[in-house]
Design a protein. Sequence first.
Length: 202
Amino acid sequence: MILVTRLFSCLSLIVLSSCVSLLPDPGTAPMRIWLEPALITSPLRDPTSSQKIIAVMQPTATNMLDSERLRIRDLTGTIALVDHIAGVEWQDHLPIMVQRHLVQALTRSKKFKAIGLEEDSFKRNFVLETDIQTFDVVILPDKMYAEITLSAKLLENQGRDVIWQKAFISKAPIANHSLQAFIMSLTKAYETVLYQITQDVN
């Protein structure tokens, strides 16, 4: 399948009595979506992790994901079309939002001595690096789903030796062509990925 990233010229998705369009409306300010996943505390505990002080780095991402816009992948034809949904934005730059939620999730896990942002002034002995690989609404001929993939890596702060590395992926079905359904499924997939990371990182 050929992957093409371009502005959709005619595709729109019907949403109840309106539509989620990929074409921008210059006269309307974008709607801000505040994504707040439920952060479930992990029951797993590793006594050797309790002294770790971890700085969570700002995630890396491709240009299309390194933004405030929601990405959609239309795989209904022989050519895969990738673009943003017009008129809708996350409450913050996606990498900044994911970084904040990672800090919150790891802090609530109570597995470590301290968790902070990379710019915080504190002595850390480990850093957590992540890469946002997908954070998408995916449209197929017979179904739709939200897909989120984060690659995570824990390194020693001094020698930068890799202690742990893993990719996390979660998909959640989308019930209908509505913005509300898109956000609900993205939230569910996001919650799963954050929970998996808090369980696995040690």
